[in-house]
Design a protein around this ligand. Structure first.
Ligand SMILES: NC(=O)c1ccc[n+]([C@@H]2O[C@H](COP(=O)([O-])OP(=O)(O)OC[C@H]3O[C@@H](n4cnc5c(N)ncnc54)[C@H](O)[C@@H]3O)[C@@H](O)[C@H]2O)c1
Length: 326
């Protein structure tokens, strides 16, 4: 039995707490450190895990060496923190989105390659069984609709495209095997920040497939759904039934059948902690050089499309975001 890997969690907020909890329960890993500027959160981590805590990353790097780290701090800090860790030869799992700029993400990918360490981006939906089953089943979709709405506007350092829509962009790019031919986007900011709180986008692929996205963090009710239509059948996923995802598959009945012309199969898929799967996969990649579920190129494609949408939103003839940010 090899030594457990020593890991740190950088940023102990909502996501960092989940990462720490998972690492503390996994057998092959030791949670050695938590880095968090907030005193109360550091005290809570010390009490819960008995691990060392540090006010910033430099203090941790001076005091101890870790094999791997999860970065779960605000997105605007990812690039600086990940660069520092990768340059020290530390394997890094960085929460999505990997960075706010494509150039920064490319730099991080290059650093991970040049230092021979794993960098994985926390695209958690890749570890949902329902999404994996969908990828197996779908052949040639012609229409996709993704809705991700929440009343929770907690994240303020990026807009809703990088915060929420990027999950669906990543799923869609995994389903459609064709280059992007065009994008249209609209949206606005309601919270007095320079970042959009609502965004609607349409992406057309070279093979004719259309993908429509709606993301909002100022919605009255939460919704997380995905509809994928192809010639023979339509799939509808409802992600808001945690710990399950419901997948409904609609098919036309054979001609001649009486009554309803649509046959619906409903599957309830138990998700069994996708974050644990994501982190276990990260550790397996470090230990066993397991092939990645989603490559750095996939991460870059998702971020590039998301930042293209943001750029187009900002350069729209009527800049709704800027108007509301005044
Ligand atoms: N994969 C997912 O489904 C998912 C869900 C939510 C958030 N996220 C991502 O996780 C990241 C964190 O989001 P959150 O919701 O946990 O935010 P949060 O605000 O709850 O937590 C961030 C924590 O990082 C700390 N922090 C700030 N600067 C730091 C620094 N320089 N070094 C160390 N810690 C620092 C903050 O004090 C805070 O405790 C974001 O990038 C977000 O996009 C991913």
């Amino acid at each position: 039995m090899s030594e457990p890997l020593s890991v740190a969690v950088v940023g102990y907020g909502v996501m960092g707490r989940h990462h720490a909890n998972v690492y503390a329960a996994l057998p092959s890993v030791r949670l050695s450190a938590v880095v968090e500027p907030d005193h109360g959160r550091r005290a809570a981590a010390e009490e819960l895990y008995g691990c060392a805590t540090f006010v910033d990353l430099e203090a941790m790097l001076e005091a101890l060496t870790v094999d791997a780290a999860s970065i779960a701090s605000p997105t605007s800090t990812h690039h600086a923190l990940a660069s520092r860790l990768l340059s020290q030869g530390v394997h890094v799992l960085v929460e999505k989105p990997v960075a706010t700029k494509v150039s920064e993400a490319r730099e991080l990918a290059a650093l991970s390659r040049s230092h021979g360490v794993v960098m994985q981006v926390g695209h958690i939906t890749r570890f949902y069984k329902a999404v994996q089953q969908l990828r197996q089943a779908v052949r040639r979709p012609y229409l996709i609709e993704a809705r991700r709405l929440t009343p929770n506007a907690r994240i303020r350092d990026v807009g809703v495209i990088l915060d929420l829509m990027i999950h669906d962009i990543d799923i869609v790019l995994g389903l459609v095997d064709s280059p992007v031919a065009g994008v249209t986007v609209a949206g606005h900011a309601l919270n007095g920040t320079p970042f959009e709180d609502v965004a609607a986008a349409q992406i057309t692929f070279a093979n004719g497939c259309i993908a429509r996205f709606l993301a909002s963090r100022v919605a009255p009710d939460a919704e997380r759904s995905l509809v994928v239509a192809e010639a023979q059948r339509t799939y509808r996923l409802d992600f808001l039934r945690a710990p399950h995802t419901e997948m409904a598959i609609y098919q036309a009945r054979p001609t001649g059948d009486e009554g309803n012309h649509v046959h619906v199969d409903r599957h309830v898929i138990y998700e069994d902690n996708p974050l644990r799967k994501e982190l276990a996969h990260f550790l397996a990649r470090i230990r066993l050089s397991a092939a990645p579920i989603g490559t750095l190129d996939d991460d870059l494609r998702s971020l590039t499309l998301a930042t293209d949408l943001i750029q187009q939103l900002r350069s729209n003839a009527q800049p709704l975001v800027a108007a509301h940010a005044d």
